[in-house]
Design a protein around this ligand. Structure first.
Ligand SMILES: *Cc1c(COP(=O)(O)O)cnc(C)c1O
Length: 378
């Protein structure tokens, strides 16, 4: 592949990208593990195991217009989202998952020699999408308790020169990515830190993918109305149980909206996602019962993991618990659980050495995990 005479046609920064390690499809895993999909306890991707509300499935089944292109302006969905998020629809842009909006914001703002400020350990898509544009990633590491380090971020924001092995170049930091609750630890951003960070000459993207699990009262979405440099991203993937349909949305300052409308793919949100999103908002009280059940399970999971001598869990406001593994290999622990049909996420990245992340599941899934951990420990 790389030795084709046409390989030179690729942009060098794209050809040099690190390969992305995707999650294996469910069917592939099921074959590898020799277990039927319904026998697999999938706690590795923070999906809602209860799936969509029955009314959402019914709305999808009854939808008659799959042969017609979607509304490029998503008017009905944006009205419903405005009510849900507490901001006027003029500020809202739906996307094919929040992931699409991260990519869109990067493509609107970044060129090679621009930079983003990433606050690892955190979600991987910010540095991935920045890399696609050729921009640099400046890393302002979080503290040991996963809180953001405002001083480090400010230093990065003022960094103008980058020194690499054989040359130095001028760089312009433009975007700051923050996540609340943060993935993979589940901590909330302190609003006082955000106030300070919004004073920097940066566009701040606050990713609230898990905010429903912290409680919507912790959402800072309405701050977009008073700060011209704040974007808030949200998604239906985690709370509403429709990760496979791909629906997210951004809340943007008004000055940015005309450019977003011009730059987005006209039919970026498909009709199935729209129908499911609308039905989810109509039936949100029903979905909230699964969110409440997952919060109960998260707390039970945290307490049970804390009782296991080789695990050190971190408190979480999302639908997962990050756990440091002590005195044994997290990679081996993940593999041993997989042999029992239980999938968890394993990390070996800086700041997440020897860690696993476990999604909150149904009570019987927590039971299966805890039983497997006991037998693995024995
Ligand atoms: C899962 C996740 C997303 C992606 O959401 P989609 O709407 O499914 O693209 C965004 N941000 C964080 C922090 C996530 O964990």
């Amino acid at each position: 592949m790389t030795n084709s005479p046409f390989a030179d046609l690729l942009l060098p920064h794209i050809a040099a990208l690190e390969p992305y390690t995707p999650i294996q499809p469910f069917e592939v895993l099921s074959r590898q593990l020799g277990r039927a999909p319904e026998q697999i306890v999938k706690l590795d991707a923070n999906e809602n195991p209860y799936g969509p509300a029955p009314a959402v499935r019914e709305a999808l089944a009854a939808y008659p217009y799959t042969h017609i292109y979607p509304d490029p302006e998503q008017r009905e969905l944006r009205e419903a989202l405005a009510d849900y998020a507490g901001v006027p629809p003029e500020h809202i842009l739906p996307g094919s998952g929040a992931d699409e909006l991260i990519d869109l914001v990067c493509r609107l703002t970044l060129a090679p020699d621009d930079a983003i400020i990433d606050c690892p350990p955190t979600f991987g898509m910010y540095s991935f999408d920045a890399g696609l544009t050729g921009a640099r990633v400046l890393r302002a590491w979080r503290r040991a308790d996963f809180s953001v380090d405002v001083e480090r971020i400010s230093e990065s924001a003022n960094q103008r020169i980058s020194e690499s092995a054989n040359h130095e170049s001028r760089i312009t930091p433009k975007l700051l990515f923050l996540t609340s609750p943060n993935n993979p630890d589940g901590s909330l951003l302190d609003p006082a830190d955000l106030v300070r960070l919004l004073k920097l000459p940066l566009l701040v993207i606050l990713d609230e993918a898990y905010i429903e699990f912290a409680g919507l009262e912790h959402s800072l979405a309405r701050w977009v109305l008073k700060y011209d440099n704040l974007i808030v991203l949200r998604t239906f993937s985690k709370w509403a149980g429709i990760a496979g349909l791909r629906l997210g949305y951004g809340i943007f300052p008004t000055w940015l909206m005309p450019t977003l409308w011009k730059a987005k793919q006209p039919y970026n949100v498909n009709v199935a996602a729209t129908v499911a999103g609308l039905a989810s908002l109509t039936h949100r009280a029903e979905i909230q019962r699964t969110v409440d059940a997952l919060i109960v399970e998260r707390e039970r999971l945290y307490r049970a993991l804390a009782d296991i001598p080789f695990l050190h869990p971190y408190p979480s406001r999302a639908n997962f618990v990050l756990c440091r593994v002590e005195g044994r290999s997290a990679a081996e622990l993940k593999a041993a659980l997989a042999r029992e049909g239980i999938l968890v996420r394993h990390y070996a990245k800086p700041g997440l050495e020897n860690c696993i992340r476990v999604s909150a599941g149904r009570p019987e899934q927590t039971d299966a995990l805890l039983a497997a951990l006991t037998s693995v420990a024995g």
